[in-house]
Design a protein around this ligand. Structure first.
Ligand code: DC
Length: 217
């Protein structure tokens, strides 16, 4: 029997992974997990408790008590939570505490799409399809700026671009599960693509793999 389809989507902040992952999940009838929300929830827990983000033990404790079912708050999507997530996600104990939950999610019978930074490299090294989504830093900042403006959060383009560059630097250069494409990932550059065009390209990548996996006559 063909194993369930597992799609791993990785890439830097603002590259369009989230939108793509959601649409792929709906299109192929798969469950979707935005793994950035897990790290955002840990960062947010520390901020809300008034604890410094440098407190790796508190971050570990927050990660251990995290419940995947309680990740829907809008406050997890704001800039503060994103920045905090980028800091606490560098702690190896935090990453280890969140690994099993992500792997369990990926192993569900109906298949899954997970998006994040280390899905293809660490969480699901055996994923059926791995897509590494990139876009120029300026284009990613432009998208994030528009998104935040729509959510009513005022921030200058320059500040957002600086945030993105800082996050890239942190996410790509940490020792534990740094952001990088898996050797067998397909690179999808969305700089010049609108969401529909990016989705069409991603579907072509998934369809090619699905055709290969289909049992023969
Ligand atoms: O995708 P996002 O912007 O919601 O992620 C927020 C931060 O969480 C990101 O800067 C790094 C971290 N993260 C991670 O280290 N590993 C993941 N699989 C997902 C997110």
């Amino acid at each position: 029997m063909t194993p369930p389809l597992v799609v791993a989507i990785d890439g830097p902040a603002g590259a369009g992974k989230g939108t793509l992952a959601k649409r792929l999940a709906a299109h192929y009838g798969l469950a979707h997990l935005d793994t950035g929300l897990l790290y955002r929830a840990v960062g947010r827990a520390l901020l809300d408790a008034g604890l410094p983000l440098e407190d790796a033990d508190a971050a570990h404790a927050a990660a251990l008590s995290l419940d995947l079912g309680s990740l829907s708050s809008e406050r997890l999507r704001d800039r503060g939570a994103g920045e905090a997530a980028s800091i606490v996600s560098a702690y190896p104990a935090v990453r280890a505490a969140l690994l099993d939950q992500q792997r369990c999610f990926a192993a569900r019978a109906g298949g899954a799409v997970l998006d994040g930074r280390d899905i293809g490299t660490v969480v699901c090294p055996d994923a059926s399809v791995k897509i590494y989504v990139v876009a120029s830093a300026e284009e990613r900042a432009r998208r994030r700026h528009a998104e935040l403006a729509q959510a009513g959060e005022a921030a200058s383009f320059a500040d957002i671009l600086a945030d993105i560059l800082k996050r890239d630097e942190r996410d790509m250069n940490r020792a534990s599960a740094p952001l990088k494409p898996a050797d067998d990932a397909v690179i999808l550059d969305t700089t010049a693509l609108d969401p529909d065009a990016a989705f069409a390209k991603a579907c072509a990548i998934v369809d090619a793999v699905a055709a290969d996996r289909a049992p023969g006559p």
